[in-house]
Design a protein around this ligand. Structure first.
Ligand code: N5F
Length: 398
């Protein structure tokens, strides 16, 4: 945009900002005829609407004045305590005052950018990584350094002294990574936290999908492992994938000095996260609702993932490879080198099928363009099979 032709001037930061590819594709996928494998939109069948309606009602009836009032920036104290207690499941022992409630983990990513990144600051990311995080961090103009990955996800040996020197943090998704669907095994988790402890690089562990495991064994999170190894770990969690993303409710767990700074940043951002939402979610989860609710969601996703993998085995040519996730929402596809995911998307949309091309998930100037991310959670079995058959045909024609 030529800002000098306008009667106002945007900041350089804003001028560099680009739209999220996912959000742009979502505009197209609102058309009902589109079979969308694009957004990581949780299956609405999993939304506990009745339970949440009752919870909102109870909060308004019994604590209405508090729920409709401004609240503390740190968040609703009982919810912070619940989060701290819940983290024992991933092997972490934290106190409630190390928990800050935020308006979705996307807000946490923005706040971490504000906290850690100056123009030119080194930030370590997986290649590929969650494009929404790259979009958040990029506002603060970091210099990204990509850490190599292979079939097992991030390669800890790739954290060489040269890469880690002076890095402000490393951003990692250990479970069913967005976009690859890959999970770091225990040995890699341990090696990662040890290297980061030695190099004094804080770890930002983003784990929205950890509770969506439907195969394999649960592994301890980086928070507990990292603390034991002397690393600084900041963990991001969210209610988006276990309850509903429209709630816009998530949390950050970090050592107290980091929480204190983040509280100042959040004050400047939005004062605090919606009181009513926090209280209703606490009311929903406090007596163990998720332990009965999550198996239903996991079964649903496991089934959906199976349909997509089956259809891919049937329709995709042998020149294409893809990941087989143990949980989460995404399958990552590597096409023959001459096929560009963005061009394939343009042709797929003409045939009413959408996905997210892989390139925007790569920080820096060498994206792997022959890739795409497929989400299997929101579309019915019949439409998964139909959409994958169309994609298979388009790939063969390319
Ligand atoms: O907690 P919330 O809903 O703000 O989740 C943001 C988020 C943070 N970190 C990772 C690794 C994520 O995958 C997400 C959500 N990502 C979805 C996706 O499709 O990649 C949702 C994006 C949907 C949208 O832009 O509408």
């Amino acid at each position: 945009m030529d800002s000098y032709t306008l009667p106002y001037t945007f900041s350089q930061r804003a001028q560099q900002l680009t739209s999220s590819t996912i959000r742009e594709i979502l505009k197209v996928t609102e058309r009902p005829e589109i079979i969308s494998f694009a957004g990581g939109l949780p299956a609405p069948k999993g939304f506990p609407i009745d339970v949440m309606q009752a919870a909102f009602n109870r909060v308004l009836e019994t604590k209405g004045e508090t729920a409709l009032q401004y609240g503390p920036t740190e968040g609703y104290a009982p919810l912070r305590a619940w989060v701290a207690e819940d983290l024992k499941r991933v092997g972490a022992d934290v106190s409630p005052d190390e928990v800050l409630i935020v308006s979705g983990s996307q807000q946490a990513l923005d706040m971490l950018g504000k906290l850690f990144i100056d123009p030119g600051s080194k930030v370590l990311v997986e290649a590929p990584s969650y494009l929404g995080a790259l979009q958040s961090f990029s506002l603060f103009e970091p210099e990204y350094v990509a850490v190599p990955t292979d079939d097992g996800g991030l390669v800890p040996e790739g954290l060489t002294d040269e890469r880690t020197a002076g890095a402000r943090f490393i951003y990692v998704l250990p479970n069913f990574q967005n976009p690859t669907g890959l999970t770091l095994d225990l040995a890699r988790r341990k090696a990662l936290v040890e290297r980061c402890a030695a190099a004094q690089v804080p770890i930002v562990e983003d784990d929205p999908y950890g509770d969506l495991r439907y195969a394999g064994e649960a592994l301890p999170g980086l928070l507990g492992l990292g603390r034991a190894a002397g690393a600084t770990v900041i963990r991001l969690g969210t209610f988006s994938k276990v309850l509903a993303p429209g709630l816009r409710l998530g949390y950050i767990v970090a050592p107290k000095p980091i929480i204190a700074k983040l509280v100042q940043i959040k004050q400047a951002t939005d004062l605090h996260t919606a009181s009513l939402t926090q209280m209703a979610v606490y009311e929903t989860v406090k007596d163990g609702f998720l332990t009965t609710h999550m198996p239903m969601v996991r079964d649903l996703y496991k089934e959906q993932c199976g349909y997509m993998l089956e259809a891919m085995d049937e329709h995709f040519p042998t020149t294409v490879s893809w990941t087989r996730p143990e949980g989460g929402m995404f399958i990552w596809v590597t096409l023959p080198e001459h096929i560009d995911g963005s061009k394939l998307l343009a042709r797929a949309i003409e045939q009413n099928v959408a996905f997210v091309p892989g390139a925007p998930f790569f920080a820096g100037s060498h994206p792997q363009t022959n890739t795409m991310r497929l989400s299997f959670v929101t579309v019915s079995e019949a439409r998964i099979r139909e959409g994958i058959a169309i994609l298979g045909k388009l790939i063969k024609e390319s």
